[in-house]
Design a protein around this ligand. Structure first.
Ligand SMILES: Nc1ncnc2c1ncn2[C@@H]1O[C@H](COP(=O)(O)OP(=O)(O)OP(=O)(O)O)[C@@H](O)[C@H]1O
Ligand SMILES: [Mg+2]
Length: 260
């Protein structure tokens, strides 16, 4: 009997991505796939090209070559804000928050498609705008609670520690109700006591809310406990991909890390 069922299309698939900076081939013919509903890991030694790959996937940097398909559509020619509107958001290795605004204001600014942005609606349907603002505030406070920042809601974001800023960035990303979140080292600089909490929350957002994640992380405990599949980059190229257990015992991967 012929099996006509093809495997489901990945939510994100990038093929043949290349990016050079001067003479450095930061990403050199790299591929990656992120199945819908998965938590996928991206690891590799320092300078392997992981952040550059995130920049290419979200088009913060335009690739020299290659294709990125998200949810069945090519996105490599879209602007980053258009990609975010399609449901792909990313956080930065060094968190980008607005220091002079409060933590809550940072969250509210991240929300998309607010009715309040429409002048005519503000004039003629202020009750709808007020209701929407209240709902957004509630959503923001709920998410701040879940990233452990509710008590800081009215503090300036500039007063947060590096780790807390990363948590705020994650909260901001979630305000847009994305389909896929790219997290660049979510555990780096975060208080070790909070790291388990963050992992639990990522698992809940994944299992309960069906959110898909692609996570760069040097903390192998985080990668091993969260990821369904792990991709390894070294010197801009794909070195391996497999289950966390396969990757942990892959001789080429161990060699790449030892050779750092
Ligand atoms: N804007 C840039 N201009 C010049 N070189 C760059 C630029 N961005 C990255 N590179 C170089 O590209 C290579 C890959 O860097 P990238 O930041 O992508 O690595 P990474 O895997 O994220 O490393 P880490 O684990 O340290 O964050 C490095 O050699 C880096 O110096
Ligand atoms: Mg990086």
């Amino acid at each position: 009997m012929v099996n006509n069922q093809s495997p489901p299309l990945p939510l994100l698939a990038a093929t043949g991505l290349c990016k050079s900076f001067g003479g450095i081939k930061a990403v050199n013919d790299a591929n990656i796939e992120v199945p819908k509903g998965s938590i996928t890991g991206l690891i590799g030694p320092n300078g392997a090209g992981k952040t550059t790959l995130f920049n290419l996937l979200s088009n913060f940097i335009h690739p020299d070559k290659g294709r990125v398909i998200f949810d069945g559509e090519p996105i490599h020619n879209l602007q980053p804000y258009q990609i975010a509107q399609q449901g792909l958001v990313r956080t930065f290795q060094v968190a980008r928050t607005l220091s002079r605004l409060s933590v809550l204001e940072n969250m509210l600014l991240a929300a998309q498609k607010q009715t309040g942005e429409n002048f005519w609606q503000v004039q003629f349907q202020p009750h709808i705008v007020a209701k929407e603002e209240k709902e957004l505030q509630q959503q923001a406070m709920f998410l701040l609670e879940s990233v452990g920042l509710a008590k800081k809601a009215h503090d300036y974001a500039g007063g947060l520690s590096g780790g807390q800023r990363k948590l705020l960035e994650m909260g901001r990303a979630l305000m847009t109700n994305p389909k896929l979140i790219l997290l660049d080292e979510p555990a780096a600089g975060v208080n070790p006591r909070l790291i388990d909490d963050i992992c639990d929350r990522i698992l809940t957002w994944n299992r309960r809310d069906g959110m898909t994640f692609l996570i760069i992380e040097h903390n192998m405990d985080v990668i091993m406990s969260l990821c369904d599949r792990v991709w390894v980059l070294a010197e801009g190229r794909n070195l391996a991909d497999g289950t966390p257990a396969e990757i942990q015992s892959n001789a080429k991967v161990l060699e790449a890390y030892l050779g750092q």
